[in-house]
Design a protein around this ligand. Structure first.
Ligand SMILES: [Zn+2]
Length: 70
């Protein structure tokens, strides 16, 4: 029996072509970049949201990831 043959009764997940994953990869990369910005750079001169509310929401994440804070 070769390694590529499927034993009777075994169900295998269908292979997903890499081309079909590209839009999802781009979407999640943009979301990750946005979250990375809000955690790492949303403060001071680079801030796009007024006040410290957003900073306080992600404050522990900043310290966890090693971004300078206070
Ligand atoms: Zn801090």
């Amino acid at each position: 029996m070769s390694e590529l043959s499927v034993p009777a009764g075994e169900v295998r997940a269908p292979a997903i072509p890499l081309y079909d994953i590209v839009p999802y990869a781009i979407f999640f990369a943009l979301i990750a970049a946005l979250l990375f910005y809000f955690v790492g750079a949303e403060e001071g001169a680079t801030s796009i949201v007024k006040g410290m509310t957003l900073h306080e929401w992600v404050h522990d994440g900043r310290h966890l990831l090693g971004f300078p804070c206070h």
